[in-house]
Design a protein around this ligand. Structure first.
Ligand code: AMP
Ligand code: MG
Length: 404
């Protein structure tokens, strides 16, 4: 049985980024760039004015000078008159600097009168000019492949005239619940039956990564039902099943997946919660069989499926931010297995504190609801005293962004 780290590594070794597709701006926002963006031209394309003002020769302005206005240049037009000794051109922000000029004086710092401009103070050369290529030089790499396209990146792509953007394709992720006890959400409750919450939870978790969930429904605890629905699931880019993967006599997931040609890579991971988590592949596609318990399925999705999906989508950063936090209470466990505790992390004095989010029994979903982190309690240790520093994977985006 692989350890936590072995399982994570093995999974990532088995998945590769999906193909590339061209997506039109601005829909490329939030996606991952598949090929580096190289500047096709200098940005800005020419020296231009950073202010509404007067383009002139700095050497003509030693203090309280009067220059003749030789032209007017709004944005969007090209200069026709050069600036010569003793003259200036009225210029608007963004207009190209006329030949001969080497500085701009803002309108507020000069006085215009009858075809003349008075500049009361000395002007340093280069003032208020945006120089050709000062932002980006033609031929330089602006955005490396694997970058998440945020608005500034979209701005660069647009400025480079790149309307069609090469992006990694988004995985289609099939989700299958299994179990005779399951009802779909909205069906009337019945004795012995529980609501299939996992399909909804996993679909939401998949969507949060940016991938596309496909909810297949419920496979009943018989071979035929499993065969039919799993064959469907194996058509997606990635397949997730929930429940039926322990050793109960109705747990058919493993045997039917094998029958359908899935090569098992491992059947269990040495962790708690989430030990009955299986992973296999078919034709290079990843198949995850997660535990049925709602807490375990979400925790194992978070730690094992999410990084795989991010890799398939071409992300360079596959894991949530990991921090060290000080445990606020004593926790005991049996040595041997790594435990993932649902914790509430708060920032304090430049560090972090981790408090248990509630009862750690895997049947308690509410604890997962309150948690903004998963604390890793190392396999070989059994006693974690209050004050011990533990590694925590942050789940909550607002926390990641520091705006608690
Ligand atoms: P199993 O792995 O089939 O033994 O299921 C483990 C536990 O998870 C049982 O208590 C199931 O009732 C529960 N469970 C299984 N599938 C789901 C599901 N889709 N939604 C919510 N709970 C489930
Ligand atoms: Mg079952």
């Amino acid at each position: 049985m692989p350890t936590y780290s072995e399982a994570r590594k093995t999974i990532l070794d088995h998945v590769t980024p999906l193909g590339v597709e061209l997506v039109k701006l601005p829909a490329a926002g939030g996606r991952i760039l598949a090929e580096a963006l190289v500047a096709p031209w200098d940005m800005p394309l020419w020296d231009n004015s950073a202010m509404d003002g007067f383009a002139l020769r700095a050497e003509d302005c030693q203090g309280d000078e009067r220059l003749r206005l030789a032209g007017y240049l709004p944005a969007g037009e090209t200069p026709t008159t050069a600036v010569t000794a003793g003259t200036a051109v009225k210029i608007m922000t963004g207009a190209p600097i006329p030949a001969g000029a080497n500085a701009v004086v803002p309108i507020e710092e000069a006085e215009e009168e009858d075809g003349w401009v008075v500049v009361p103070k000395p002007v340093p050369p280069r003032q208020h000019i945006r120089f050709r290529g000062e932002d980006v030089k033609a031929g330089t790499e602006i955005i490396p492949a694997g970058t998440l396209l945020r608005p500034a990146a979209i701005s660069m792509l647009a400025s480079c005239g790149q309307l069609l953007v090469p992006l990694f394709r988004l995985p289609r992720v099939a989700i299958l619940a299994t179990g005779d006890e399951l009802l779909e959400v909205g069906e009337p409750l019945a004795p012995g039956k529980i609501i299939n919450s996992n399909s909804m939870a996993l679909a939401a978790a998949v969507r949060e990564t940016g991938a596309e969930p496909i909810i297949l429904g419920i496979a009943r605890d018989n071979r035929e039902s499993h065969l039919a629905m799993m064959a469907e699931g194996l058509k997606a880019d990635l397949f997730i099943t929930s429940a039926g993967v322990s050793s109960g006599d109705r747990d058919l997931v493993r045997s039917v997946l094998t029958e359908l040609g899935v090569t098992p890579v491992f059947w269990k991971i040495d962790i708690k919660p989430g030990r009955p988590t299986a992973f296999g592949t078919k034709d290079g596609k990843a198949v995850f069989s997660l535990p049925g318990n709602p807490v375990s399925s979400l925790v194992t999705f978070e730690e094992f499926v999410r990084p795989a999906l991010l890799k398939m989508m071409g992300h360079r950063k596959l894991f949530r931010p990991s921090i060290k936090a000080v445990l606020q209470e004593e926790v005991k466990k049996k040595p041997g297995r790594l435990h993932l505790l649902r914790v509430m992390v708060t920032a304090e004095n430049g560090g972090y504190r981790a408090q248990l989010a509630g009862d750690q029994n895997t049947g308690i979903l509410k604890t997962m609801l309150l948690a903004n982190g998963l604390a890793l309690l190392l396999a070989d240790q059994s006693l974690f005293r209050a004050g011990t520093e533990v590694e925590v994977h942050l789940l909550d985006r607002s926390f990641e962004m520091g705006d608690e």
